[in-house]
Design a protein around this ligand. Structure first.
Ligand code: SF4
Length: 453
């Protein structure tokens, strides 16, 4: 949608009261994300009264999931775009008579390299969506119903998009999809994840390639070798494990038990040097007993993962879990959520403390949100938006830093999730002068794009 608005000559503004068009990109996956999305829509709707907004657009999974109900209940919204209709934002921008509901069938759609694109994370880091949809049947998950069966893009198309991104200054690519490890299995031929990673990693100018959302199944030797040894493939594994008790994994219809997960973790730790392991777990799924939760806690203590996300189960209409008995009371789920996060915190802190005094490579991302006098960035073990940050000071002999540079830095202090480091030598890569943090104005109208969920 950012690419479409660029294409139509619109500019991005920093404040919603300046925007002529406001797009709220929603999530409809779990209850809290839906609530957050609705709050954002209502907040943005107020700018039709108090600001310059003349078109309010709601896009993404929430409007895909409940188009008619939302249209009835939110007369202040001018247009609803489904989760696969982002390119139709051009109709909204170009025409005053565009339809109110622009919600197609997501199963028909997959992104292409020729689609207009502007990375949303930063100019130097981008997500690359390698497939749409999912063929699995996890009992708690509505995504296959929202996004359809898996459709993988071709390696040639993904390399073409990645080359465009790198040519525009991107140095870090983060591969995403609903089920990244299953990339290519829906297509004839032998295009699979390892081949894709190898092809992308060869793009001149790309420095970091990171994999997200690997389903917990055996990673091929070829991919393990790339994670271990390829200089541009980060040894970072983001594998949502969801639970560790056999009974819960069975209820969640994950197709494996806890023993397989232990084997997976052990194998990756043994084979991938410097492995950084991120995972996510659900607590409070129907049927989760105290013993199941104790088993999950024991697993988290044992696995000592680097980054852990914990979600409270959200009952979603249309899923198998929503029909299961033995619901866990919200109070119990909340307590388990707090306990698991508290259990992980000292593990994360100890891992960060072990880095103090060591040299790391950091992607410089610009002035810190905390203070204009401090820079911030991420090291290879920190994914954008979900992991911690590195706050950066200039060392005595270090030349000034620019956004998009990958620089060496020495870690001087560690908190639970973030690090403080001092830049210690010159640029590894040419960056660009750090632009002001305010959004850059360009010719045309005004768009305020806001991402939620
Ligand atoms: S693999 Fe992920 S997206 Fe697919 S059904 Fe399971 S949880 Fe949902």
């Amino acid at each position: 949608m950012l690419g479409v608005s660029d294409d139509r000559g619109y500019e991005l503004v920093a404040e919603p009261d300046e925007a002529e068009v406001i797009v709220v990109n929603t999530c409809g996956f779990i209850g809290p994300a839906k609530e957050e999305s609705i709050d954002a829509i209502l907040r943005m709707a107020s700018f039709k009264e108090s600001g310059s907004c003349r078109k309010l657009v709601v896009a993404g999974c929430l409007s895909q999931r409940h188009p008619v109900e939302l249209a009835d209940e939110m007369p202040e919204v001018d247009h609803f775009l489904g989760s696969s209709d982002m390119l139709r934002l051009s109709e909204v921008l170009d025409r005053d008579d565009a339809a109110r509901l622009l919600v197609g069938n997501p199963a028909d759609w997959v992104q292409r390299a020729s689609d207009p694109r502007r990375p949303s994370v930063s100019r130097h880091s981008a997500y690359l969506k390698i497939a749409e949809g999912c063929n699995r049947t996890c009992s708690f998950c509505i995504i296959p119903a929202l996004r359809g069966l898996q459709r993988s893009r071709t390696i040639a198309d993904l390399v073409a998009e990645a080359e465009q991104l790198v040519a525009s200054g991107v140095v870090e690519l983060n591969l995403v999809s609903q089920d990244t490890i299953a990339y290519g299995r829906d297509r004839d031929g032998d295009e699979r994840l390892a081949g894709l990673v190898r092809a992308l990693a060869e793009i001149p100018g790309l420095r970091w390639l990171r994999l997200h959302y690997l389903y917990p199944e055996t990673i091929t030797d070829e991919l393990v070798e790339l994670l271990d040894a390829h200089p541009r493939v980060l040894p970072y594994v983001d594998m949502p494990l969801q639970h560790a008790s056999d009974a819960m994994l069975r209820r969640m219809r994950r197709g494996h038990g806890g023993a397989r997960m232990r084997k997976l973790v052990e194998r990756l730790r043994a084979k991938v040097r410097g492995l950084v392991f991120r995972s996510a777990f659900i607590v409070g799924h129907p049927g989760e007993t105290d013993d199941d939760f104790a088993e999950l806690c024991e697993f988290v203590r044992w696995a000592e993962l680097d980054h852990v996300g914990v979600f409270r189960y959200s009952s979603e209409d249309g899923t198998a879990s929503a029909t299961m008995d033995d619901a866990v009371p919200p109070k119990v789920a909340n307590a388990r959520h707090r306990k698991l996060l508290a259990l992980q915190r000292p593990i994360a802190r100890a891992k960060n403390k072990a880095l103090v005094g060591r040299e790391i490579e950091v992607l410089v991302e610009g002035e810190s949100d905390e203070s204009d006098f401090v820079l911030e960035g991420r090291h290879a073990g920190q994914a954008p938006e979900i992991d911690g940050k590195v706050f950066l000071a200039l060392g005595p002999d270090a030349p000034p830093a620019s956004r998009g540079q990958i620089r060496r830095a020495r870690v001087t202090a560690a908190a639970d999730y973030d690090l403080v480091a001092e830049l210690i030598d010159g640029p590894r890569e040419a960056g660009e002068p750090s632009p002001p943090r305010r959004a850059i104005r360009r010719a045309g109208g005004v768009v305020r794009l806001r991402t939620v969920g």
